[in-house]
Ligand binder design. Sequence first.
Ligand code: PMP
Length: 281
Amino acid sequence: MKVYIDGKFYKKEEAAVSVFDHGLLYGDGVFEGIRIYRDRVFKLKEHVARLYRSAQAILLKIPLGEEEMERAIQETVSVNNKKDGYIRVLVTRGDGELGIDPSSCQRAKVIIIVGDIQLYPQEYYENGIEIVTAASRRIPSDCLDPRVKSLNYLNNILAKLEAKQAGCLEAVMLNKEGFVSECTGDNIFIVRKGELYMPAPHHGALDGITMGTVVELAAAFDIKSHQASLTRYDLYTSEECFLTGTGAEIIPVIRIDGRTIGSGKPGTTTKRLIKAFHEFT
Ligand code: PMP
């Protein structure tokens, strides 16, 4: 494995950052997770654009232009000779002093790692997963906009721990008002009367690229999608529920907080979208 750091490639064992990097000290930075399907980087432009929007929102200057970043990502994929895999792009604030002041950091650090992806085990794609509602609420979107894909995932990690303690693989998070926001690493959709409903960024959801792809695929089937304020009641009484994300792709949910969703098996709309997604990627 060869890791890209600031324009150079390093062996995995030699790829390292300083202990004074503000990405490590404070989670100060942004990132993207991207898939490679059959030699093609999936939605590269969209991911790079989101990375730059995240950086812009936190006043982080990335020392490469967007096109240079796309080329660096493609080059890292080629150097690693990966035909199917996962790319992690990180931009940290860089090395600085021990205080939080980012002005002590002279230059942002760009890291690109190409590895493998750990999807949920196949049986869950066929049979669906069970999720729980986490007690940890999503950080309000007016405090930290969920569209910023930052290196600080502690809020999500706390909810993930709750999922694990409940014996589940994922947990759904509510915002301060009690509306559904998203899962710890995935967006959430429900199906009602054959149409799709999902929380919006102002509810605390990341503007997911897989979510956008699903909305486009649904539109091609004449299935309407709506951003909506959803409560737990809406989840519990939905006809179908599924999660989307770069790592997860589309995964059916068949039980939420002990309530069986629909027939307790992945629904027809979910299965149709999974099939269309595989054909598309
Ligand atoms: N929400 C969160 C919190 C995420 O970290 C992710 C990415 N893993 C998603 C949603 C899904 O976004 P995308 O489809 O762009 O990967």
